[in-house]
Design a protein around this ligand. Structure first.
Ligand SMILES: Nc1ncnc2c1ncn2[C@@H]1O[C@H](COP(=O)(O)OP(=O)(O)OP(=O)(O)O)[C@@H](O)[C@H]1O
Length: 271
C-alpha cells in the first residue's frame, strides 16, 4: 500500500502541492490527471524521492519513504521504476543493453558492459523484450527505434528493476495514437500479470478512462477528484480542468495541453 498523508510541497514561496492525502492498494492502476502545472509530476517525483516533500509523509508497505536516507533511500529508488515522456534510453547502445541497465541498482557497482550482467539477467531481458513484442529489435541501436518502440524498451528496462511500483510521467504524450495504445497496453499488462502498482500521469482523459482502475484529479496542487473513471461526469471534468461554463467543452483526448493553451495557469499556483 502506498500512503500519501497530508503532503505539501513548496518551491521557494510557491506552494504547488497542498494537503494531499490518498492510499493506493497494491496492484492498482491509478491515472493522475489535471491541467498543466497542477502538480502531477511533482507528486510522482516525491514518491520516488527525486524531490522531497515539504510537509506530511509518504509511506509504502509501512516503510517511511519520505524519510529514507542513504542506503535505504537508494534501495527504495531501485524499487520504483520511472517511465518518462522522453524515454531516457542511451541511444547509441543496443536495445538489450538498455534493458539490462534496469539491473544496475541491483549491482553493488556499475556493470558498465554487457559482459558483466549474468546469464539469468540476460535471459530475463530477452523475456521482457518478448513480452513487449520487441525481441527482434534486441541488437538494434536504441536510437534508431520509433518513439513507441523506445518507450516499450523503457518499460522493459523498468521491468528489469523488479519494481514495487511503476511511476509513469506522461508516458504517451509524444506518441502517435497507435504507439500510445501499445505502450498503455504494455503498462496495463504488467500491472495485471505481475500485480505491480502503476501510477500514471496522463495528458488525455480518454486514456485514463480506458486504462485506469482509479483516477485522481488534481487542480492547483489539490486533489479535487478521486474515484473510478465511471464517476468522472461532465461537471467533475470541467472542475478538474478549471474550465468556466462559458469556455468550450474539454477535449478528452488532449485535455491538459488543450486547456493550457486556451487558458494558461497563473504562476505560481499558490503563493
Ligand atoms: N524544480 C522546480 N522549481 C520551481 N518550480 C517548479 C519546479 N518543478 C515544478 N515547479 C512548479 O510546480 C508546479 C507544478 O509543476 P508540475 O510539473 O508538478 O505540474 P504538472 O501537473 O506535472 O504539469 P505538466 O502537465 O505540464 O507536466 C508548476 O507551477 C511548476 O512551475
Amino acid at each position: 500500500m502506498l500512503r500519501v498523508g497530508n503532503v505539501s510541497k513548496s518551491y521557494g514561496k510557491s506552494r504547488v502541492i497542498r494537503d494531499l492525502s490518498f492510499d493506493v492498494p497494491e496492484g492498482q492502476m491509478v491515472g493522475v490527471i489535471g491541467r498543466s502545472g497542477a502538480g502531477k509530476s511533482t507528486l510522482l517525483r516525491m514518491v520516488n524521492r527525486l524531490t522531497d516533500v515539504s510537509g506530511g509523509r509518504i509511506d509504502f508497505g509501512g516503510q517511511p519513504v519520505s524519510r529514507l536516507k542513504g542506503k535505504a533511500l537508494r534501495k527504495w529508488r531501485g524499487q520504483t521504476a520511472m517511465i518518462f515522456q522522453q524515454f531516457n534510453l542511451i541511444p547509441r547502445l543496443d536495445v538489450i543493453t538498455n534493458v539490462l541497465m534496469g539491473r544496475i541498482a541491483h549491482h553493488g557497482t556499475v556493470p558498465s558492459m554487457f559482459k558483466l550482467f549474468s546469464r539469468e539477467e540476460k535471459a530475463q531481458a530477452i523475456q521482457a523484450l518478448e513480452q513487449l513484442d520487441l525481441a527482434d529489435k534486441a541488437l538494434q541501436r536504441a536510437g534508431n527505434l520509433s518513439g513507441g518502440q523506445q518507450q516499450r524498451v523503457a518499460i522493459a528496462r523498468a521491468m528489469m528493476q523488479s519494481p514495487r511500483i511503476m511511476l509513469a510521467d506522461e508516458p504517451i504524450a509524444s506518441l502517435d495514437p497507435r504507439s500510445a495504445a501499445m505502450v498503455m497496453d504494455a503498462l496495463k499488462e504488467i500491472n495485471q500479470s505481475r500485480g505491480i502498482t502503476v501510477m500514471c500521469n496522463l495528458h488525455s482523459l480518454e486514456t485514463a478512462r480506458q486504462y485506469c482502475d482509479r483516477v485522481i484529479g488534481m487542480l492547483h496542487g489539490e486533489k479535487v477528484f478521486d474515484g473510478p473513471p465511471s464517476q468522472l461526469d461532465h461537471d467533475t471534468v470541467q472542475r478538474i480542468y478549471g474550465v468556466n461554463d462559458n469556455e468550450k467543452a474539454v477535449d478528452e483526448t488532449v485535455t491538459s495541453a488543450e486547456v493550457w493553451s486556451r487558458n494558461p495557469p497563473s504562476a505560481p499556483a499558490y503563493a
